[in-house]
Each structure stands twice: as C-alpha cells, then as structure tokens.
Write a new protein. Structure first.
Lengths: 253, 80
C-alpha cells in the first residue's frame, strides 16, 4: 500500500469519525468544571466514615477496593510473565560483567555519577517510604511510593555497580515481597468475611483523622500494595538489567 | 483554564509530537521520558497529584529504563 493511499484512507476514516467525536466532545462536562457528583459524595462521606483525608486512597482501598484487588493481580500476572520469560542463567552471578559492543571502550563510572547517586539514593528511598506511610493523609500511597522505592534502588546500581546492587537487592526477597504483598491484600478482603462481615469491610479501629495510622484496614492494604509493588518493580528491573550482562556460555543466549 | 494549564497542554502536544517525530530509537526513549515529565506536570496542574506521581515514576523512570535495557540487549545480540 502506497503512502498516498494510506493517507487517503486515513483522511476518509477521520471524516467518518468526526461527527461522533464532535458529539462526544459536546457532551463532555466543561473543562475545569467543579467536581462531579461521585467526587462530591466521596469528599463528603470519606472523612466521617473512614477517618482519612486522602480520598484517592479511600476510593482505591475501601470504596472500590475490589477493583484494586483486580489491579493487584494484574500486576502480579504481568510481573510473573515477564520474569518467567527473562529468568535465566545470564547475569545471575553477582560478578557478571556488562556486555559491550566490540571496539567500544569500557569507561569507569564518573566520580560525579557516584556522588549524585550516593546523595540521592537514600533521599529517594526515604521519600518513597514517606509516600507509603502517608497514604491516608497526603496524596500518594502504596503504589506511587513502591515505584519510587524500586526506582531508587536503581540509583544504587548507578552508584555502586552491579555487584553491590545485587548484594543489596537479592531477587529472592523481591519474589517473596511480590507474592506476599498480593496475598496479604487478598487476605485483607477475605479476613473480614471470616469475621462475619462482607468482602473488605473495614472492621478495624479507624483511628483519628490526619493521623498516619488512620483508616483501619486501609493502612494494612496500603502496606501490602507497597510491598507487592516494590517487589514487583524491583524484580522487573533486576530481570531486565540481567539482560545487559555478558552471556558466559552459548546457550544462555 | 489558566495560562499554566494552557502552557502545559501546548508542551504536552510538543513533547508527544517529539516522540512520534524522532526516528532514532535511543532519542525516542528520551523523548518518551520527557513526555512523561510534561504529562506529570500537567496532571499536577490539573489537581491530580496521585496520578502525577504515578506518571512521574512509571512514565519517566521505569518505562524508559526498560526500553533502554531492551535496546542495549538488541544491539549487543546483533553484533555477530
């Protein structure tokens, strides 16, 4: 198919879609509109019912907690799939050397890189931890904090090299974190059922609003998501980075 | 719509076009990271800090890194 024909087809398709797009665009609420009914009801009901001030966490972990269980297991499946495909002998050895194109010089890590990584790695890990802990109070939560912590671990790789990074971040720990976090999240849903309530009913003491440990069950669910996300993302990074190591035998390829 | 949101929308359009128009895969990865950064700023300006944080961590750090690693692995396997 020539470029011209494709462009013509594209133009025809655009023309066909245009009325529909126009109609939908006209029906959308105006840009920057005051909060919709659902948001308003959550804002009104959230603080008195759940004693937490971050309504996104209230929706994710309580009001629509079942959806998050689904997302949690989507993440588990995605990570399991990627890790199953990538896990091999390559790079398992801590001293594995980086593979490089022939003729390309192997440069030492610049001192400025090491300095920046050593200054910022602990700060970013700490910020991630802060984000995880304050899920019920300020924006952010287990997922965001977990991804921040997992990315912060990469700065350890950047600053200390592959050997030290693998030492600090053993893949077995992340395996356990990913699986254990998902299990804990599911148990948060099933536990209340065992106690005679409904799925994911918030039966724990709610605490006082704007306190780090307010929200009852939400605190545990948030922690389990953080554990699973740290484990999942760190494992993904680990498996992907292993692919940059040199293969030692032919059948590792 | 404030001028800040308008500016960020324009930036997002520019960054998105940058991703599409850059032909070298390595540059494209950095264009994706830049696009993620602009998008997270836009989400923040639109009062969605949670989404902004997710976009920042996943779109600007995690995804480009994985693409970079894949690209490196592909280039090294082609050397034979």
């Amino acid at each position: 198919m020539s470029t011209r024909l494709r462009l013509a087809l594209f133009a025809v398709a655009q023309l066909c879609l245009l009325p529909a797009i126009w109609k939908i665009a006209r029906a959308l609420p105006p840009f920057g509109n005051p909060i919709e009914i659902y948001g308003r009801s959550i804002d009104t009901l959230g603080p008195p019912l759940r004693h937490i001030s971050n309504m996104v966490s209230a929706v994710n972990f309580d009001f629509r907690g079942l959806d998050t269980v689904g997302e949690e297991f989507m993440l588990l499946c995605a990570v399991t799939g990627a890790v199953t495909l990538l896990r091999g002998i390559r790079g398992e050895d801590r001293g594995a050397k980086a593979e490089r194109l022939p003729g390309r010089p192997l440069l030492d890590r610049a001192e400025s890189t090491i300095l920046v990584a050593r200054v910022f790695a602990p700060l970013i890990l700490l910020f991630g931890l802060y984000m995880v802990l304050h899920a019920t109070v300020t924006p952010g939560g287990g997922f965001q904090g977990g991804v921040i912590i997992a990315s912060g671990l990469l700065l350890v790789y950047l600053g200390e090299g592959y050997d030290a990074w693998r030492c600090l971040a053993p893949s077995r720990v992340f395996d356990a974190m990913e699986g254990g976090g998902s299990l804990l999240f599911l148990l948060c849903g099933l536990g209340p059922m065992a106690a005679g309530g409904v799925f994911m009913e918030n039966l724990l003491p709610l605490g006082s609003i704007k306190d780090v440990f307010s929200g009852g069950l939400i605190v545990i669910e948030n922690a389990s998501v953080a554990i699973a996300v740290i484990g999942g993302f760190a494992m993904l990074f680990l498996e992907f980075m292993e692919e940059t190591r040199a293969a030692e035998t032919e059948n590792e390829r | 719509m404030t001028w800040l949101v308008a500016l960020l929308l324009l930036l997002a359009a520019a960054a998105g076009s940058g991703v599409v128009l850059s032909r070298d895969p390595r540059r494209q990865i950095f264009a994706i990271a830049a696009n993620g950064l602009v998008l997270s700023a836009l989400f923040f300006a639109l009062e969605a800090p949670d989404v902004a944080l997710s976009e920042l961590a996943v779109g600007t750090a995690a995804t480009p890194l994985m693409f970079l690693v894949i690209l490196a692995a592909i280039r090294m396997d082609r050397k034979g």
